[in-house]
Design a binder for this molecule. Structure first.
Ligand SMILES: [Cu+2]
Length: 126
């Protein structure tokens, strides 16, 4: 751990840890085989990527693919405030969304159709 007083500039403010960059993320729907969804009352679906890490200020583009083999199954990649992302896909569909990660913190992304299991975390480092 660096002594923070050494990294403050002449303005007295702590400079950003990195310069903003463009990040491109690819996420697929995925499924645990042989989950008896009706009996267990839970979905076996998940995202191919459980965590997205970005630095504050990054321009993040998410490409999301519904590769579910069930033709009636929809999936979404959704983040609430402050990013308000909603990629909602039918069978064999794909979509993308771009946002600037201007607020640091941990934000849940989730599929509207397969809660509580189909979730992940967007981590925006300060
Ligand atoms: Cu889903």
């Amino acid at each position: 751990m660096k002594n923070m007083s050494n990294v403050t500039g002449s303005s007295g403010k702590i400079p950003p840890m990195s310069t903003p960059e463009e990040k491109t993320i690819y996420i697929f729907t995925s499924e645990i085989e042989n989950v008896a969804e009706d009996k267990l009352k839970i979905a076996g679906d998940y995202y191919s990527l459980a965590t997205i890490v970005a630095n504050k200020g990054d321009k993040v583009t998410v490409h999301f693919y519904n590769v579910d083999d069930v033709k009636t199954e929809r999936h979404s990649f959704t983040i609430g405030d402050p990013y308000k992302v909603d990629i909602d896909l039918g069978y064999a569909d794909s979509g993308n969304a771009t946002f600037t990660a201007d607020q640091s913190g941990v934000f849940t992304y989730y599929c509207k159709y397969h809660l509580p299991v189909m979730t992940g975390q967007l981590v925006v480092l300060p």
